[in-house]
Design a protein around this ligand. Structure first.
Ligand SMILES: *[C@@H]1O[C@H](CO)[C@@H](O)[C@H](O)[C@H]1NC(C)=O
Ligand SMILES: *[C@@H]1O[C@H](CO)[C@@H](O)[C@H](O)[C@H]1NC(C)=O
Ligand SMILES: *[C@@H]1O[C@H](CO)[C@@H](O)[C@H](O)[C@H]1NC(C)=O
Ligand SMILES: *[C@@H]1O[C@H](CO)[C@@H](O)[C@H](O)[C@H]1NC(C)=O
Ligand SMILES: *[C@@H]1O[C@H](CO)[C@@H](O)[C@H](O)[C@H]1NC(C)=O
Ligand SMILES: *[C@@H]1O[C@H](CO)[C@@H](O)[C@H](O)[C@H]1NC(C)=O
Ligand SMILES: *[C@@H]1O[C@H](CO)[C@@H](O)[C@H](O)[C@H]1NC(C)=O
Ligand SMILES: *[C@@H]1O[C@H](CO)[C@@H](O)[C@H](O)[C@H]1NC(C)=O
Ligand SMILES: *[C@@H]1O[C@H](CO)[C@@H](O)[C@H](O)[C@H]1NC(C)=O
Ligand SMILES: *[C@@H]1O[C@H](CO)[C@@H](O)[C@H](O)[C@H]1NC(C)=O
Ligand SMILES: *[C@@H]1O[C@H](CO)[C@@H](O)[C@H](O)[C@H]1NC(C)=O
Ligand SMILES: *[C@@H]1O[C@H](CO)[C@@H](O)[C@H](O)[C@H]1NC(C)=O
Length: 713
């Protein structure tokens, strides 16, 4: 509850500020000394007549009024000509206030118009009108997120005074191949944003590929500071025309089909980039240095060689999914890099140890080094940086968890799986890392018991201790893990309403990997406990059934005895349940017929007896889910006789078939969650990133940012 109320603050505050800004805008700019020009008023009224204005936001636009005082209209303070039309719709959730309908050519009467902002509206039934190219004085044109259909009219190339052109994220669905040659006319351009980040269309993006491949002798007539051309096809050669951009400070040419080396001239451009995004191309070769002041994203390319040298001001470095090799030493132990806050170098070929010089990195928050070939221990100084995310999955690191990690009270996700870490699972995890949502120590050499303190982790949604040497009993207090108890996950840390939208976004991302079908929508709601392949003994605690919010439970491959608790059947959200390869006896409780969502189920190789309860789910699994027991009834062919213990005892050997399936399942779930953090964390961390995504996402990142802000309080 506390979280819910706290996190609503930044949102409403944000809208409040927006409102203030809008009011201030009209008050401060509208000048009461001039009255509007009759013909321009008539033109505006015609323009209004063709608009659909569901929330009547243009109610001040009335016959006979002074149009210079109308909302959104700004006149020149001496001539009275209309200079600016500021008709952007407020950000969602007030989408119903968006303007729609048609744009009347009467707008051309406003000869002096220099500023036109129709962003965030809903012109889903029309194309960008060609006549906009005939507004000779236009300096600022913002049609972003306005849902225009069809191609960008080349006439816009006539706007020789245009400095700001923002057309990002319109629907442009029916463009197969178009050209950007018309921008040759925009000699005054400083800001160009044509990116299309509508990921919901990601599945057929190839078809809709927007092309811009001027020949190598093209010299752009403009000097832009900001260029956003994400998802345009600019390749396969590195765009040569960028060579002539001497003022560039922001460049996004991600996902642009470029398969080439990054040319030396690019690295030496006499310009000061603060943001550079070359991600999702097929760029090759090494990058020895990159002089960018805040954000670098080179992820998902084919870069090789050592990590690039970077400027001391850099805050975010994303190099994921490349083949960078060598050690982290020079980067991390560069004591001048004090502003670094996020480092994503997962899926590369890094070797050596993680150096112990994190003490300089005061603002550090996100570290993902998964899937490299790093070795050695977790350096003690890393704990002091107090990160939110620490992902060292799938390396060859070893040793015990350093006690300095107790200082990482902000940690939301700790993933150390698939390494050779050892020692017992420290009890302080439950005390000191109280914000943990994901704890994965899977596939290491941890031993000892599961500390009861783990039960104090009230936000924990994913607990994965599988494939270790952990012994002892399953703590009876597990029913205190409140995030796993809650079936209504509104109050969970990850799945509070603040994340729900972002999960839709994630789902879209996952379409590319073809996996979203199973878990996309439930991703933020994923709750899973995997203790499989350890040496746990004793009975399954009776109260485990209280974890009614769990979607996946895996206790397979332990030495558990006793009966299956009846109330496991109360865990009605359960999609995957694996109790195979233990020493459980007795019946499968009849309550299991309540598990309507089960799509993976395995109780094989125990000592279970009796009839398999009847339900649509339980009979749908193969015999493999039940073998190695003394069960009868469908789906097994063995009929239940009145008082027999049917099956063959010869089947009682163990094999690993059963647990493999579930291992895969949980890996997928975890993979999703890791992907979620890999992608979303930097997005909400860096505000400038958010700016380039479409409106809905913008809204989400504000939520995330607000969430993060409250988290770190
Ligand atoms: C008109 O506005 C300009 C700036 O936009 C300002 O410099 C000028 O003083 C204003 N003139 C009057 C008469 O208010
Ligand atoms: C946009 O307008 C169309 C009708 O022109 C309507 O069907 C659609 O629901 C609107 N979309 C939004 C998000 O308002
Ligand atoms: C265009 O409008 C959008 C949404 O209102 C805004 O976020 C963006 O900053 C504007 N673009 C420019 C170049 O001002
Ligand atoms: C505007 O551009 C179009 C296409 O680029 C061209 O045919 C037309 O002559 C131009 N109009 C003016 C007034 O320059
Ligand atoms: C490049 O394009 C320009 C016109 O856009 C043309 O004049 C020139 O001949 C072309 N050069 C080559 C090498 O194709
Ligand atoms: C890039 O930065 C390095 C170190 O700060 C400096 O030596 C080099 O001259 C810079 N290169 C350019 C092209 O600015
Ligand atoms: C683990 O990392 C290695 C590279 O060190 C990679 O080849 C392998 O695919 C990764 N395994 C998983 C499950 O991601
Ligand atoms: C990892 O590094 C070790 C030596 O440190 C090497 O033998 C091994 O081949 C490397 N593995 C990969 C996948 O690069
Ligand atoms: C979940 O809990 C919230 C309050 O925490 C409540 O508003 C919402 O209606 C509940 N949803 C369901 C499905 O019970
Ligand atoms: C299996 O259960 C039966 C009783 O249900 C018991 O007699 C037998 O000892 C058990 N076998 C094992 C290996 O635990
Ligand atoms: C099981 O019972 C059904 C009738 O209930 C019968 O048709 C079938 O032959 C029986 N199977 C075996 C293996 O006894
Ligand atoms: C028992 O196992 C033996 C050998 O594995 C097999 O031949 C026999 O058909 C089995 N009997 C039943 C009832 O499954």
């Amino acid at each position: 509850m506390v979280i819910a109320t706290m996190t609503t603050v930044p949102i409403s505050l944000f809208h409040f500020l927006l409102l203030i800004a809008a009011i201030c805008f009209t008050i401060c700019y509208a000048n009461s000394n001039v009255r509007c020009i009759h013909s321009e008023r008539e033109a505006l009224l015609k323009f209004k007549n063709d608009l659909i204005d569901p929330s009547n936001s243009l109610s001040s636009w009335v016959e006979g009024g002074d149009c210079c005082k109308w909302i959104g209209v700004v006149c020149h303070n001496s001539t009275g000509h209309v200079h600016q039309l500021y008709l952007a719709a407020p950000l969602s959730p007030y989408e119903q206030s968006a303007l729609g309908g048609k744009i009347n050519p009467s707008l051309l009467e406003l000869e002096h118009l220099s500023f036109l902002d129709l962003s965030n509206n809903n012109f889903s039934s029309i194309q960008i009108p060609k006549f906009l190219g005939m507004l000779p004085n236009l300096m600022y044109l913002n049609l972003s997120f306005a849902r225009f259909q069809g191609a960008i009219p080349h006439n816009l190339g006539n706007l020789t005074k245009l400095q700001y052109l923002d057309l990002r994220c319109n629907e442009r669905g029916d463009i197969k191949a178009t050209s950007l040659q018309w921008i040759s006319g925009l000699s005054s351009l400083r800001y160009l944003d044509l990116s299309n980040a509508d990921l919901s269309k990601a599945t057929n993006w190839l078809q809709n590929m927007l092309r811009f491949q001027p020949n190598s002798s093209w010299i752009p007539p403009f000097q832009c500071r900001n260029i956003y051309l994400a998802h345009w096809h600019l390749g396969p050669k590195f765009p040569q025309w960028l060579k002539f951009q001497k003022k560039l400070s922001y460049l996004d040419i991600s996902d642009a089909g470029i398969s080439d080396f990054v040319p030396t001239w690019f690295l030496n451009l006499p310009t000061q980039f603060y943001y550079l995004n070359l991600s999702c191309n097929q760029l090759t070769g090494g990058i020895s240095y990159l002089n960018v002041t805040t954000t670098i994203d080179l992820s998902s390319n084919r870069f090789t060689g050592p990590l690039p040298r970077v400027l001391s001001t850099l805050g975010l470095l994303i190099l994921s999914n490349n083949s960078f090799s060598g050690s982290l030493f020079e980067l991390v132990c560069n004591s001048s890099l004090t502003g670094m806050s996020a480092l994503f170098i997962d899926n590369n070929l890094l070797i050596g140890e993680i150096p112990d010089c994190w003490k300089y990195w005061e603002y550090f928050a996100y570290l993902n080094l998964a899937n490299n070939n790093l070795t050695g221990k977790i350096p003690p100084s890393l704990g002091y940086t107090n990160p939110c995310l620490l992902n060292l999955r799938n390396n060859t690191m070893f040793g015990e968890l350093p006690s300095t990690l107790q200082n990482s009270s902000r940690l939301l996700m700790l993933d150390l799986s698939e390494n050779h870490f050892s020692g017992s699972v420290p009890a302080w995890i439950g005390d000191k890392l109280s914000k943990l949502v994901v704890l994965s120590l899977r596939s290491n050499n941890f031993d000892g018991h599961i500390p009861r303190k783990i039960c104090d982790l009230q936000f924990l949604q994913i607990l994965d201790l599988a494939h270790n040497n952990i012994s002892g009993v399953i703590p009876k207090c597990f029913n205190n893990l409140s995030a796993m108890v809650a079936t209504n996950k509104t109050n969970n840390k990850l799945s509070s309403s603040y994340f729900v939208d972002s999960l839709i976004y994630l789902k879209a991302l996952l379409v590319l990997k073809g996996r979203e079908d199973e878990y996309g929508t439930t991703l933020g709601l994923v709750t899973s406990m995997d203790l499989s392949a350890n040496s746990l003994t004793g009975e399954i605690p009776k109260k485990i059934g209280s974890l009614a919010g769990l979607l996946s439970l895996n206790f397979s491959g332990n030495l558990l005895t006793g009966n299956i608790p009846y109330n496991i059947g109360n865990m009605e959200l359960m999609e995957s349940l694996d109790l195979s390869m233990n020493r459980l006896n007795g019946d499968i409780p009849s309550s299991f017929s309540n598990l309507h969502f089960l799509n993976h189920f395995n109780v094989s190789y125990n000592n279970l007896t009796g009839k398999i309860p009847t339900s649509t789910q339980l009979q749908s699994f193969e015999n493999l889910s039940y073998v190695g027991n003394h069960l009868c009834g469908p789906p097994l062919t063995k009929n239940c006789t009145s008082k027999s213990i049917p099956t063959n005892a010869t089947n009682n050997g163990r094999n690993s078939e059963g647990s493999k399936v579930n291992w895969l399942y949980v890996s997928i779930v975890l993979g999703f969650v890791m992907g979620f953090w890999g992608v979303v964390a930097p997005l909400f961390f860096i505000r400038s990133w958010r700016i380039k995504y479409y409106r809905k996402l913008n809204h989400i990142y504000d939520k995330l940012y607000g969430f993060w802000a409250t988290m770190s309080m």
